[in-house]
Design a protein around this ligand. Structure first.
Ligand code: ADP
Ligand code: MG
Length: 674
């Protein structure tokens, strides 16, 4: 292996034929670098060499012995079983495999073996190891040490990976894998040289050594994720945007026209937005707030300022219903402010020349017609794709770029904001609106269902309550299947709630039909609204105080949280009943979090702890890549890395800067390729 490079295809390695190469490709391993960056998921500790007679059940050990007996047996079901018994100072240990006759090849009685694995009790009460690691002779390559266990695939075992990787390890050098961090940074952040970390993560001498290597490489992983992001942010800051001076007198007058007083955090958010808008580069701010904390009015006040300054604003809603709701609510206010407002959806157009325009996805096809934009507001931003967003915030004809304000009720955990958004500006609305109470939430097991229905009936009759029934979540998009499920539930409940006024709402209804149903609900002409999860997004029906959710365990926590936010929008006590048939402890525990927590960020961070990495709240939804080594819970690491990456993008040239730039180029090539 004279000329080894990170990009060298693995098929040039000894022991990798075309077949294995194809299999390794399934693990995304194509080059030497891919192979070296295929990290062990954990280590088995075979360092404890024990005498057979001192073994205990359930421990993982390494043992030496002589072969006393070896057999290839037929089992009752017609399969084969390979059994070797080894002996040491008069004590015996059985080794067992199934359907692997080759295991016995080249072995005979009296040979010395060194074996490792987990000690179990055989049906006859003997010590036994199933599928042990086995080496001939008195000392082993694999046994007697910390053994790396890798993510595997069909035909590619940890054993195989270990061998191929081990053959590469002696060749690792600073030349092959040059460091991303200058020596003084390494010292400051306590990082190993890159090549050493790579060697040590695969073949650590101790668990501490493994830990250090993993830490160094986790740091590198997050750093390389951050770098392109921060470079891009830096470029964004070089883009021109209209610098808009906030008119505080105008703002005060506008506020006076509101039927309520802004909360402290709404005011804070507006101040932050005002500051951003005065800068000569585009604002990119996330307005995050629990459902019902009043994000819309903040956006409207910001939009009003921009339109008064002579620029155009669009407010993008994820659905037709929501766009209309925004329009209905904001129109009276803007009329009062003597500022025109319009709407442009696929179904409905009014006043489309107005400087403040509300729209849906339909607007994407007309980006040019709308003309130059001063501000783009995106409601429920996760509902929009990356390319759709890009289209909206593209360069104006006059060369400037619009400011961006995104809104979400899905809280972004702090690590996620640091790592994947490069610590982009966030304004959080944390105040509960005056008079609002947290929604009392209960998990309802099957045996209590009938009683729950009786209780709901009574609440409707006596307190004139309204209820939502949300049918099981089936797919993200509204499919015929979920429509059918809701229709079936509607028929079932019509019998149970005979004498009440029930209605059915789903995404396949025409928008006039939907609007009519929502209006009836608003007026109190419906008692129970059965619906698919389409109600999740932003609908405001303040009279409704009860929500029943079917098969609650099928929803994500963030989604349940959003659904629950549909009630509790008035000053009476509201209820959320989570129906669940599951007996899974994990699901139950997740649902119970909702009964206890009423703050979005706390819930998101609790969810983070409960779930494994990769399935973290919102990360798949937002399309963030999975982390190999770094942990979502490690705010401390994320903060350090962010600091380092920030420092890096401000170093314009030099040995390390050129390495970072090279990484960036390769990265961009990869991104544009697929
Ligand atoms: P969300 O943050 O979920 O988008 P909305 O903007 O729909 O919430 O606001 C929910 C309701 O609260 C609306 O009817 C809105 O008019 C009202 N609201 C907003 N801010 C306040 C406030 N400071 N005091 C009282 N009510 C408010
Ligand atoms: Mg909203």
């Amino acid at each position: 292996m004279a000329k080894l490079a990170p990009e060298t295809p693995i098929r040039y390695l000894k022991g990798v034929g075309p077949k294995s190469a194809a299999r390794l490709a399934r693990l995304n391993i194509k080059t030497i670098k891919d192979l070296i960056y295929h990290f062990p998921s954990y280590y088995q500790d075979f360092r404890r060499l024990k005498q057979i007679r001192r073994l205990h059940f359930g421990e993982t050990v390494t043992v030496k012995g002589k072969i006393a007996k070896l057999e290839n047996r037929l089992t009752k079901r017609g399969k084969t079983m390979q059994q070797i018994t080894i002996e040491e100072r008069g004590a015996f240990l059985e080794l067992l495999w199934f359907n692997q006759p080759f295991r016995l090849q080249g072995l005979k009685e009296g040979m010395e073996l060194i074996v490792a694995g987990l000690v179990k009790k055989s049906p006859l009460g003997r010590w036994q190891i199933i599928n042990p690691l086995l080496e001939k002779g008195k000392s082993g390559q694999q046994t007697g040490r910390l053994l790396a266990i890798y993510p595997e695939t069909d035909g590619i075992t940890s054993n195989y990976l270990r061998k191929v990787i081990a053959s590469l390890l002696p060749h690792l050098s600073d030349h092959l894998f040059p460091d991303y961090f200058p020596p003084d940074w390494r010292q400051h952040y306590r990082l190993l040289p890159r090549w050493q970390a790579l060697r040590q993560i695969h073949a650590p001498g101790s668990l501490e050594a493994a830990q250090r290597a993993r830490y160094s490489l986790a740091f590198e992983e997050l750093f390389l994720l951050q770098l392109p992001l921060l470079y891009r942010q830096k470029q964004e800051r070089n883009k021109p945007a209209p610098s808009i001076k906030w008119n505080w007198t105008l703002a005060q007058e506008a506020e006076r026209d509101l039927p309520f007083r802004l909360t402290a955090s709404q005011k804070g958010a507006l101040r932050e937005i005002a500051q951003d808008l005065q800068r000569p580069y585009p604002m990119n701010r996330l307005l995050e707030g629990d459902v019902g904390t009043g994000k819309t009015i903040v956006a409207a006040l910001a939009g009003y300022q921009i339109s008064k300054a002579g620029y155009r604003v669009v407010l993008m809603a994820p659905t037709e219903i929501l766009a209309r709701q925004h329009y209905q609510r904001l129109q009276p206010l803007f009329t009062q402010w003597h500022s025109p407002i319009g709407i442009w959806t696929s179904q409905y157009r009014e006043n489309i020349r107005a400087p403040f325009l509300i729209g849906t996805h339909a607007l994407f096809h007309h980006r040019r017609e709308i003309g130059d934009l001063g501000l783009v507001i995106i409601d429920e931003q996760h509902r929009f794709g990356v390319s759709q967003r890009a289209q909206l915030v593209a360069r104006n004809q006059d060369g400037t770029y619009p400011h961006i304000l995104t809104m979400t009720a899905t809280p972004i955990p702090r690590t996620v904001n640091l790592v994947f958004r490069g610590n982009l500006d966030v304004s959080r609305l944390t105040d509960l609106l005056p008079g609002r109470q947290p929604v009392a939430t209960f998990v309802v097991p099957p045996r209590k269902r009938a009683a729950a229905y009786r209780w709901v009936a009574k609440e409707i009759r006596v307190k004139k309550e309204q209820a939502f029934v949300v049918c099981p979540f089936i797919e993200i998009s509204e499919t015929m299947q979920s429509v059918r499920a809701a229709t079936k539930e509607f028929d079932r409940l019509r019998k149970i709630f005979a004498g009440f006024r029930l209605a059915l709402l789903h995404g396949r209804l025409k928008s006039q039909e939907k609007a009519a149903i929502l209006e009836k609900m608003q007026k109190g002409a419906i008692d129970i609204l059965i619906t698919t999860p389409v109600v999740e997004v932003g609908i405001d029906l303040p009279r409704a105080g009860i929500m029943l959710i079917e098969n609650a365990e099928r929803f994500g926590l963030a989604q349940l949280y959003q659904l629950r936010g549909r009630v509790g929008r008035n000053n009476r006590k509201s209820y959320c009943l989570l129906f669940s048939e599951t007996s899974s402890v994990k699901s139950q525990r997740r649902l119970r979090l909702l009964t206890k927590l009423h703050n979005g960020l706390a819930l998101a961070e609790a969810d983070l702890k409960l779930r494994g990495p990769g399935e973290v709240l919102g990360t798949q939804q937002h399309g963030y890549p999975q982390l190999k080594l770094a942990s979502w819970l490690d705010l401390e690491l994320a903060t350090k890395v962010h600091q380092a990456a920030q420092q890096a993008v401000n170093i314009p040239s030099g040995e390390y800067a050129s390495r970072w730039q090279k990484f960036l180029q390769d990265w961009q090539e990869k991104v544009t390729l697929n």
